[in-house]
Design a protein. Sequence first.
Length: 273
Amino acid sequence: MMLCCCLSCGDNKTPLENTEGSSKSTVPKGYKLVWSDEFDDAPNGLPGNEWRLETGNHGWGNNELQNYVNYFLETDTVAKIQKGKLIITAFQLEEAYQGSDYISARMKTIQAWKYGYFEMRARLPGGRGTWPAFWMLPQKDSKDWILAGEIDIMEYVGYTPGIAFATIHTKAYHQTAGTAKSASCKVPGAEQEFYTYSLLWTENEIKAYVDGKSYFSFKNDKTGNRETWPFDQPFYLILNLAIGGDWGGIKGIDPDIFPARYEIDYVRVYQPK
């Protein structure tokens, strides 16, 4: 279970500017677009080769209940491009598949980046048991996950509607020890409306935003200690919709929420010019 301190979105202290074509998309001044997936309609209706789907039903370190499958299972498509959006859908099955009663999708970018401004515009699934996320893990595999670090740009649990969370995990700061560095931001109607969830990562600081307003900051202590700051290597971006688990399943799972839909308008990456 993640331990979080709840804060409303604070005043933005980093200079941001509107990105052309979207009043909700904001980037730091002096940054340029280096990668994006706008999820334009695909001929086969499936995500492009910018992503790799990860599969399995081993709980993913959080006792999650879904089985992540590769695009679709029979007639249930867990990841598809539709009307210019990526739709990640979690289904409850009539018959268990490989021991799981639920299927969903977990997608990781092929490319990884060191530092930048990372942005997603999305409408989130709701209801008890849903746990969508937009987050980052290091490109270099590590047997010690927590030493390698994790950056959670956005997490949302359906039993606390209207609140988004940003968190960093390191060896020194993580949920098991009750020391995770985290904050939350109110996102009223996030299950009906699209919000822009973003993160600015530099060598000095990590900051999270909703619609251009900052609400979370974690600074590099400059000690050279990887247990407090492992964020000096390329990280992948990950999109997933979990069901249940140590956090998402605390209040149980409402069977009436399925199919649960996580709708992503775009994902963009910016770096200094």
